[in-house]
Design a binder for this molecule. Structure first.
Ligand SMILES: O=C(O)c1ccccc1N[C@@H]1O[C@H](COP(=O)(O)O)[C@@H](O)[C@H]1O
Length: 228
């Protein structure tokens, strides 16, 4: 099974084109003024037009109100909304009812209690994005380049559909895929040369690492299959 890869925080045509050429399944555009990856809705709409239909277009928002969502959705026409703030289950339901778009609810994880917060959103959010808790002092709820303890995911019910996020880069993504068994991942700062600056070489390296890990995992599965 091919790993779904979301490249988030895209701001340039070069980065958008490269992400899709490399096989990204999802492209993320950040609407959060404090972020170095913040993009104006019209600019995001122009970039998304280059790749619409080739990869899912995800609008990433943080505690956005309906006025903000109206503007973003009308400029971008995203396939998916990623709610990366403290949106309650009731707010997620409301957003889905008003806009009729699938919602990825991001949750920040540091310990087992954080992971249990998923339960309140089951049957409401279409998918989850599990990110690390921001370090103390960070103004960003995501995009901090930090990972959480992936062993916590062992406690997660098999039926929970999520993307793994937080500090993934070419050096650790193979281990993340092998350890968690997840086939849906998300990265932002791990493919940048500076905050908000996507680096095509790092993007290439990230996808190479994913492809290498898939080949190894596939081989192990084939051997296991022969031995059963
Ligand atoms: O990237 C940001 O600046 C950002 C701002 C506000 C909300 C979410 C944001 N990013 C999300 O966080 C993940 C993880 O980032 P990283 O790989 O650890 O840098 C990113 O992919 C976005 O979905």
């Amino acid at each position: 099974m091919k790993t779904e890869v979301k490249i988030c925080g895209l701001k340039t045509a070069e980065a958008v084109d490269r992400a899709v050429a490399l096989g990204a399944s999802h492209t993320g555009f950040i609407f959060f003024p404090k972020s170095p990856r913040n993009i104006e809705p019209d600019d995001a709409g122009r970039l998304a037009a280059r790749i619409r239909g080739k990869a899912k277009i995800v609008a990433v928002t943080v505690n956005a109100d309906n006025d903000d969502l109206d503007e973003i959705i009308s400029a971008l026409s995203p396939d998916i909304l990623q709610l990366h703030g403290e949106e309650s289950p009731a707010r997620v339901l409301n957003v889905k009812a008003v806009y009729g778009l699938p919602v990825i609810k991001a949750l920040s994880i540091r310990d087992a209690d954080d992971l249990r917060r998923i339960e309140a959103y089951i049957g409401i959010a279409d998918r989850f994005l599990l990110d690390a808790k921001p370090p103390k002092g960070s103004e960003l709820p995501g995009g901090n380049g930090v990972s959480f303890d992936w062993r916590l995911l062992e406690a997660l019910d098999d039926g929970v559909d999520y993307m793994l996020s937080g500090g993934l880069n070419a050096d650790n993504v193979g281990e993340a895929l092998a350890m968690t068994g997840i086939r849906a991942i998300d990265t932002s700062s791990g493919v940048e040369s500076a905050p908000g600056v996507k680096d095509l070489v790092r993007m290439d390296a990230f996808f190479e690492a994913v492809n290498r890990a898939e080949a190894v995992i596939g081989k192990h599965a084939a051997v296991a299959g022969r031995n059963t």
